[in-house]
Write a protein that binds this ligand. Structure first.
Ligand SMILES: [Fe+2]
Length: 380
């Protein structure tokens, strides 16, 4: 028996779908967002005006950065406890959405905190507060998942919490919000989405539903990500917004794999953008995992659908999107890498690595971490 949750309550999609907020009833809405871009593009003004009702109050809480930290969440939580919202609205990339999820979890459950959240079994029942997630990037699919990833700076580590409480009630996929994205962000976030779809499709806990979503997402992202990167057309941006969401629906039911485990280790250590780290690691993981018969068969099915070896397709897409071939090429100095090497290996064994389709022994991980840094071939 398996419970499949394809999304929260609603997915609203299409250019202009931000206006769906006009239908939302709330009395106190806390809007959690990132830096300047959502203000500069007028999105926050629109969110405020679409939500405004007679007698309602809206608190805009900006400043959530890339890789949101414990401290940022705690500050936002203080603001939430003072304001007492009945609705959270997260607007921006995966970071404000992840931060809003963690804030909502602690707001709903004051007995939880950063010291115990990874050690106790998290409650699953939905609370009194709703969460609307409005992504402005096309990658994390945080708007439909029950996962949030928060950085613990003192441990140089990113930690994921999972509970149904934080799966957003409504996801609004308005491609218009992605029109001003810089090319580099389109590339990195798009490769994050491709990683979700590919890791999910070879994960052995998948099923008929997740297979269909993940395979379609791989095909759709391979087709539309280069168009979105080159042209920025609304059609391509909306397609990417939808396909990344499908990948999220799939992976939040079937799980991911070693790319995300290793990526969180490198990302936490060197403050790398999540999508960039995944994009670098993804082709190496595909070579490593293809020795498994199930994975090899899955890659064969994808290669048939794409008309060319899926590993080559991923490598060429990375080149087209100017993704560095390895972390040395990206610019992480060798001294820093070598100093951090033991911790990188240890942290790479955590998280989603446990869900990899083949078990990764520490000896292999020691070699793998060197491959993704130096750009050497995976031949083990
Ligand atoms: Fe991801």
């Amino acid at each position: 028996m398996k419970v499949i949750t394809l999304h929260g309550t609603h997915v609203v999609t299409g250019p202009g779908s931000l206006e769906y907020l006009k239908q939302i009833e709330c009395s106190r809405a806390m809007v959690i967002t990132g830096g300047k871009s959502m203000f500069a593009s007028g999105v926050i003004d629109k969110v405020q005006s679409f939500l405004q009702r007679d007698g309602s109050e809206i608190l805009v809480y900006p400043g959530i950065s890339k890789n949101p930290t414990k401290e940022q969440v705690l500050k936002a939580l203080e603001a939430a406890n003072r304001f007492q919202p009945d609705l959270f609205v997260a607007v921006g990339g995966g970071s404000p959405i992840d931060a809003a999820k963690a804030v909502m979890l602690f707001y709903e459950h004051p007995e939880l905190n950063f010291d115990n959240v990874t050690r106790v079994e998290l409650p699953q029942a939905k609370g009194r507060t709703r969460l609307i997630a409005i992504p402005s990037t096309s990658g994390t699919a945080s708007e439909v998942t029950h996962v949030t990833v928060i950085t613990y700076p003192e441990k140089n580590l990113k930690v994921a919490f999972r509970t149904e409480i934080i799966r957003p009630d409504i996801a609004i996929l308005d491609g218009n919000l992605t029109l001003t994205l810089p090319k580099q962000i389109v590339a990195e976030t798009g490769m994050d989405a491709l990683t979700h779809a590919l890791e999910c499709y070879v994960n052995k806990t998948g099923d008929t539903f997740t297979d269909a979503l993940a395979k379609s997402a791989v095909e759709g992202i391979v087709r539309w990500l280069p168009v979105s990167y080159e042209t920025g057309s609304i059609e391509s941006r909306q397609k990417m917004h939808d396909y990344q969401c499908m990948a999220g629906m799939a992976f939040s039911n079937a799980g991911l794999g070693m790319v995300h485990g290793v990526s969180h280790a490198f990302g936490g250590m060197f403050n790398l953008a999540h999508g960039l780290a995944n994009a670098v690691i993804l082709p190496y993981s595909m070579v490593y995992n293809r020795k498994d018969a199930f994975v090899a068969e899955r890659y064969r099915i994808l290669s048939d659908a794409l008309g060319s070896s899926v590993i080559e397709v991923v490598e060429k897409l990375g080149q087209k999107l100017r993704i560095p071939r390895c972390f040395a090429e990206y610019g992480i100095e060798e001294d820093r890498f070598l100093q951090s090497y033991d911790a990188l290996v240890e942290n790479s064994m955590l998280g989603a690595t446990a869900a990899n389709p083949i078990k990764v022994p520490v000896g292999d991980m020691k070699k793998f971490v060197r491959c993704v840094y130096y750009g050497t071939q995976v031949d083990f």
